[in-house]
Design a protein around this ligand. Structure first.
Ligand code: FES
Length: 89
């Protein structure tokens, strides 16, 4: 997991593999954890979010066991993302 940045433009087209609630998924490199969860919405993910700028704290998740806001965290390959109960299908 890394901090916010402009990674989408740096690595457009690349993908990384992460684990979301025990499921191995491929996501575009550079998207935030919130973005990754929204991309998985058709797989039953329903992330709770509002501001997307780290202020409301509604998007709390765990990445590799550490609490963070999904909208401000950027996953690295192999990261393990855990969402609160009820977000996963
Ligand atoms: S959506 Fe508000 S802190 Fe992430």
């Amino acid at each position: 997991m890394t901090g916010p940045g402009f990674r989408c433009l740096e690595a457009a087209g690349e993908a990384i593999r992460v684990e979301i609630d025990g499921r191995s998924v491929e996501i575009p490199r550079g998207v935030s954890v919130l973005g990754a969860l929204l991309l998985q919405a058709d797989q039953g993910q329903r992330p709770d979010w509002f501001c997307a700028i780290g202020q409301c704290q509604r998007c709390q998740v765990r990445v590799n066991g550490h609490e963070t806001t999904a909208c401000q965290a950027y996953p690295a390959p192999g990261d393990r993302i855990e969402t609160p109960k009820g977000w996963s299908g």
